[in-house]
Design a protein around this ligand. Structure first.
Ligand code: MG
Length: 251
């Protein structure tokens, strides 16, 4: 069942969303070549906890850290590690959730570390653009397929692979709720969007090919082709006034 949130529930979700968005922004600002992904995760976790929230991902399905940190050919769910050092030229996807007052906010961004290749710059730009094209379709009366189609159409026009195995989702009292929000779809198909629905829209886009594989750690998802991959995400409320970003940072 798809839950519809009241105005006061949406306010609570905005509170969770701001903490998640600010933690992500703060984490991104803190990235330095040479630091470990463990150190970066701790900076993000401390920010969340200091602001009275809990990291949504820590312990979720046994995930051991506050943030998923996925570098270069890693798509999503990278486990922060003392053994992984961020390097100049990397692209670093950070995915963060914050839980407070009974609700979650979920958001992701792929950061460039220093100077990155033109191909990498284009992948980041197009993937972020596709997120906003999806968000534009998160309008009451539209359907989930309209969101996915907008993302897919934009990314495939650049020859990129739209990951199909992992998708966006409803978010609220639970980190993952109905409906499923794929980054592909047919216009006019899928569940209808109504005001009060809150969804995490999160394109995961590979430079080459849609196929992915999972590392033996059981979490880290990589591109099968070995190409770079980017990930951008916002928690979005469908409202009578159009889509509202709940995870927009205020820092
Ligand atoms: Mg998500």
């Amino acid at each position: 069942m798809i839950s519809v949130k009241s105005k006061s529930e949406l306010e609570k979700m905005r509170k969770a969303g701001i903490i998640a968005g600010n933690a992500l922004h703060f984490g991104g600002q803190s990235i330095k070549a040479g630091m470990t992904t463990y150190e970066l995760d701790k900076i993000i976790e401390n920010y969340i906890v200091k602001n009275g929230a809990k990291p949504s991902f820590k312990g979720y399905g046994g995930f051991p850290a506050a943030a998923c940190i996925s570098i270069n050919d890693q798509v999503i769910h990278g486990i922060p590690s003392k053994k992984v050092r961020i390097q100049e030229g990397d692209i670093v996807s950070i995915d963060v959730g914050a839980y407070i007052d009974g609700f979650h906010g979920d958001t992701a961004y792929t950061f460039a570390v220093g100077k990155i290749s033109e191909d990498a710059q284009r992948l980041l730009r197009v993937t972020e653009e596709s997120l906003y094209k999806g968000i534009e379709q998160a309008i009451a009366g539209n359907r989930i397929g309209d969101v996915g189609h907008a993302i897919e159409e934009h990314c495939t026009a650049f020859g990129y692979g739209v990951v199909r195995k992992y998708i966006g989702h409803g978010v609220g009292r639970n980190l993952h709720e109905s409906p499923e929000v794929p980054n592909y779809g047919k216009p006019g198909h899928g569940p209808r969007l109504v005001a009060g629905m809150t969804i995490a829209i999160e394109p995961m886009i590979n430079a080459v090919g849609e196929d992915v594989k999972v590392l033996p750690d059981g979490w880290t998802v990589l591109t099968k082709s070995g190409s770079l991959s980017a990930h951008f995400e916002h928690t979005v409320a469908v409202t009578p006034d159009g889509p509202v970003l709940l995870t927009k940072p205020t820092l």
